[in-house]
Design a protein around this ligand. Sequence first.
Ligand code: R2B
Ligand code: URA
Length: 311
Amino acid sequence: RTDDAMEVECAVRYRDGSVRLRNPNIELMDQDILYHLALGSGSHDLVEMFGDIKFVCMGGTPKRMEQFANFIMAEIGHKLPAGTTLLDISQYSYRYSMYKVGPVLCVSHGMGIPSVGILLHEIIKLMYHAKVKDPVFFRIGTCGGVGIEGGTVVISEEAVDEMLNPYYEQHILGKKVCRPAILDRQVVRELKALAHAEDPYDTVSGKTMCTSDFYEGQGRLDGAFCEFSETEKNEYLSKLQDAGVVNIEMECTAFAALTHHAGIKAGIVCVALLDRFKGDQVCAPKEVLNEWQMRPQQLVSRYIKRYLQRK
Ligand code: R2B
Ligand code: URA
């Protein structure tokens, strides 16, 4: 596994660590329009705008990523030029939002694999056009817990699909293509080491299951449709738990597989909004949810600060 991963990494990255695309077509194009980001290699100086990026942090909602941008700005002591405020760089895409705070790019990815997949194509191309070296990608998200309390932070060790396979299956030209959903072992190790014993909540790690639906696809009893019993739901969750699954969300396999395919190191940190053995509805009050959503941000911030201090 490790040798495989190394080999893939060497094949997809240039010697200096910059991101190489596994697509010969791009360099032959006059310009590359990153449509869903409202950016382009012809219309923007992408090296000037993004060349110093070291971390790309993604999360579901535009508001959370704006809030993360403000948080990380204070954490790393980054100052904006006098008289300016944070700007949503992708504002006019009306799809994703993107904020840049020094070496940290904060982007929203929407919900589910198709949304995060489109974004990853364009962000990976952005890294290539901007000649970014050795970026690390993080997903900072929310999830359902499998036998863990709401508020628990989960570091994903592995990403598996709904059939518990550790890959991301795509359909390309009418054929099934399976790409291994691999997260960087070292990033996982470092994230685990950054969880403090004095944090007033638990941080755990394990497998994360990715689904293409929030309701029936996650065994919920409270969707518009439900054709299984509560007993069947609990049996299913127990089966997941026996397989080492600690949480369920909707992006991890695509996120792990596409970053790995591009030779980019990646990690996923989510906070559980509830224990799915105890319910299906997200009932925690807004203020509690807001506080919980800060927790993955704090862990990723510790990682970023450690890296910047080491430099
Ligand atoms: C977690 O939360 C969202 C669904 O509510 C989805 O994007 C995910 O992975
Ligand atoms: N996100 C999910 O995908 N599932 C949950 O249960 C909570 C958040």
